[in-house]
Structures are given as C-alpha cells and as structure tokens.
Design a binder for this molecule. Structure first.
Ligand code: GLN
Length: 244
C-alpha cells in the first residue's frame, strides 16, 4: 500500500499552519509503515492529477483566492472536478473549501466564480466569524467531535440535500445561522477549521486516510496508534471551547 498526496497551491493557500495537515497525514501513514509521497503544485505548474490519491487545499485571504482564478480556468479546475467525481479524497480548508463551490461573493463586492464541483456558495459578510470552535462529524465521517479555529468573512450555504461535514456545537461553522459546518461530498472533506485541523483530531485524520486507501485498494483498516498526546490536546481544547 502507498498513497500519493498532492498539495495544491501551497504558496498562496496556507493560513494558520494549514500545512501541518500534510505533516499529520504523512506521519500517521509512516507510523503504520505505509509509504507516501507529497507533491506540491503551484500556480502555473501542471501535472496529471489522476496520479494522486489525496489532495489538500489550505485557506487563504480573499486576495489570494482571486489570484488563482486564472490558473483554475486554465485547466486545473476541470481536472479537480474530474478527480472529485472519480472519488479521490480531498481535504479543503476555509478559502480552499469555498473554492469547491459555485462562487464566492466577497464583502467588497468581487465575485469569484469557483469550481462548482460541490453544490454550495459563499457570500462575504462585514463581520468576520472568528474563534476556537467545535463540531460533531456526521456518521459518514466517523461521528467524532472536532476542535478547530475559524476566521472567515464568507458565509457558506449548502445546496439542498448536500451533507455538511458536521454540526456546530460551539462557534459559527458555515454561516453562523444553520448550525452546519463544512461539507462532505463523496470523498471530499471541506471545513472552516484551521489550526491545523488534523493533528488535534486524529480520528478525522484516519477517516480521511481510510477513504483514500479504500478507494485505491478496495478496503482499508488502519491499526490504532498510541494517541495519548493527541487525545490530551484534543480534550484540553474541547474543554476550553465548550467552557468559554
Ligand atoms: N477569504 C475567505 C474568507 O474570509 C477565506 C479566509 C480563510 O481561508 N481563512 O471568508
């Protein structure tokens, strides 16, 4: 077994240590003796995306999201849509998550036409949604509790029948209105959670890895790791978030 990971737009979409998600994916594979290779793909760089099993896209400011629109239109957008429909695994955070939807209308009135790979759209609000937060994953994503940090102006709304990644326990999530957080579509995991999300939510990391391994090899069951420190970090943050 092995996984090929593609880090899309690392030079523009990497807020609040989002790259730590790549390190976490790598480490949790390595600790189980599963090799993995990470390829970074920047604006203007081309590669056959069908060679990758797992994609990561981090968050970015409005300006940075606008900067990569041309590159999406030049071909990568169509390839990303095809990879999603083909069941490849994606973890997309904040600005990267918004990019999956139809569009992002910024609070300054700029309309970014995005991928339309998942039925959702985002509208910028004047008041930013900032803070540590917690949500419970849907059953299809393992049902565990996730802690994270959000900082966005965009309010995301899911199309009818589109599953959120989870339900907000504390904080704003997609829009601060309907208790939804993120999206789960096929093997796409979209979330507003920076921080990065995976090191302090190892159960989610393993669900994501298993989705990529299952797609590639038909089935996958990862052996448990001694996660004492990760669990302590998770529980400490959760106590603080829920107590605040
Ligand atoms: N620019 C987007 C927003 O403010 C995304 C921000 C982010 O990735 N943190 O909604």
């Amino acid at each position: 077994m092995e996984l090929k990971i593609c880090h899309l737009y690392p030079e523009v979409l990497n807020l609040y240590g989002d790259r730590g998600n790549i390190l976490c994916l790598q480490k949790r594979l390595e600790w189980r003796g599963i090799p993995c290779e990470v390829t970074s793909l920047k604006i203007g760089e081309k590669a056959d995306l069908s060679q990758f099993d797992l994609f990561f896209i981090g968050g970015g400011q409005d300006f940075e999201q606008e900067v990569l629109l041309g590159d999406l239109r030049a071909g990568k957008g169509a390839e990303i849509r095809a990879a999603i429909e083909d069941g490849r695994t994606f973890l997309c955070i904040c600005g990267g998550y918004q990019m999956l939807g139809h569009y992002y209308q910024t609070a300054d009135g700029v309309k970014c036409e995005f991928l339309g790979a998942v039925d959702l759209y985002t509208v910028g609000a004047r008041e930013r949604m900032i803070g540590n937060y917690a949500f419970r994953l849907g059953e299809e994503s393992g049902g565990s509790v996730v802690v994270g940090f959000e900082n966005h102006s965009g309010k995301t709304y899911l199309g009818q029948g589109v599953l959120p990644l989870g339900t907000v326990m504390k904080g704003y999530g997609n829009n601060g209105e309907d208790q939804t957080e993120g999206v789960r579509y096929k093997n796409v995991f979209g979330s507003y959670s920076h921080g990065p999300i995976l090191p302090k939510n190892p159960l989610l990391c393993d669900v994501i890895l298993e989705s990529a391994l299952t797609r590639k090899y038909g089935s996958a069951s990862l052996e448990p790791l001694p996660d004492a420190f990760e669990v302590r970090a998770h529980e400490t943050v959760l106590e603080r978030v829920m107590g605040s």
